[in-house]
Write a protein that binds this ligand. Structure first.
Ligand code: GTR
Length: 335
């Protein structure tokens, strides 16, 4: 009993300490009237990945635009916890900022989930017109009622399946495979619609899951398949491009409410401007990873009849279309 009490006390002390530090710690910046507020940004990719480079550009611009009043420290490689826990912490205000994927983000704030609907966008151009236009902005605004502030989108290309045991050439080949998905209901439904069984797990566990046979495959974009080394253990990559879920740079509402209007503007501008750098880096890594994967001797399976795949994932539309109808209609109006 006593131990339990002590434990409860130390956990709550720890929690309150981290809540305090999450709101940004203050440091003197040499100027007697001004203090620098240091903010933490969670990122689950390595240092040289396009999103991390985007985060760092965002950090540089925030510091520049606020004349050093805010400094953003980027913690890459999941140092602050896996993606789900990073989103939770942003929502609680114990982490100020994070770069996360819109797939798992939808578990915390429903509407943004529309961006994971299979084969949603007709082209890259349409995707960016949606994301950087009114619809994308309105979707970011929906996060606010769940304690999250959406700052901008980053590119994440499109996600495809990769497998360890056998090549997947058509939807039927997915039957019976155990496929890792992000912690996301929509992705679980997507995998189920193909007759495979979805296994949600955090990104950092996927490599060993593939290696030990706990899962038979996973799904992601080519840069992640390459940078996470999953390509070393899953030799077959099927270019079915089932979704084009973007990345999102988010801030905690508790940080946001403390910012002046002028600083809010600076943060938003910094985020938007950093997107340019992230997208340039994305293009570079997409090319590099494609050529490295070809060199590795892995099998890249191109899909000729994508309509077969569209049809196969129709159950996802049956289940989620009603909920997302208003957004899908708006997206389809943008050509
Ligand atoms: C990547 C994304 C990560 C994470 C990962 C995953 O494409 O950038 O944030 O969501 O996929 O599948 O867990």
């Amino acid at each position: 009993m006593k131990t339990k009490n002590l434990l409860t006390i130390s956990v709550s002390l720890l929690l309150s300490a981290s809540i305090l530090s999450g709101c940004g710690s203050e440091k003197s910046n040499g100027n007697t009237t001004n203090k620098t507020v240091v903010l933490k940004l969670a990122e689950n990719h390595p240092e040289d990945y396009p999103t991390t480079i985007g985060d760092k550009e965002f950090a540089r611009l925030v510091e520049e635009k606020t004349n050093g009043r805010y400094k953003v420290e980027v913690y890459s490689g999941g140092q602050l916890g896996d993606e789900k826990s990073a989103i939770e912490q942003v929502q609680l205000g114990t982490i100020d900022l994070a770069r996360v994927n819109a797939g798992p983000l939808a578990e915390f704030s429903d509407e943004i989930g529309v961006l994971s609907m299979p084969y949603l966008f007709s082209s890259e151009k349409q995707k960016w017109d949606v994301l950087n236009g009114e619809v994308g902005k309105k979707l970011l605004d929906t996060l606010q009622s769940d304690g999250i502030v959406g700052l901008t989108y980053y590119d994440s290309g499109s996600r495809s399946f990769y497998t360890t045991k056998r090549p997947v050439k058509k939807p039927e080949d997915m039957k019976g495979l155990k496929i890792r998905v992000q912690q996301s209901e929509l992705f679980m439904e997507l995998v189920k619609s193909l007759g495979a069984s979805p296994t949600p797990m955090s990104y950092d566990e996927v490599y060993s899951g593939l290696q030990t046979g706990v899962i038979d495959g996973a799904e992601n974009n080519i840069p992640s398949y390459y940078s996470s080394h999953h390509y070393e253990v899953a030799k077959y990559f099927t270019v079915d491009k089932h979704t084009a879920t973007p990345e999102v740079l988010i801030a905690s509402k508790s940080l946001w409410d403390k910012l002046s209007d002028e600083d809010k503007k600076a943060f938003k501008e910094a985020a938007m401007e950093s997107q340019k750098v992230q997208r340039e880096e994305w293009e570079k890594l997409e090319k590099k990873s494609q050529s490295e994967i070809k060199k590795s001797g892995n099998k890249i399976i191109e899909i000729k009849n994508i309509n077969e795949w569209r049809k196969a994932v129709q159950p996802v539309y049956d289940k989620f279309e009603k909920k997302y109808k208003k957004w899908i209609d708006e997206i389809q109006k943008i050509m």
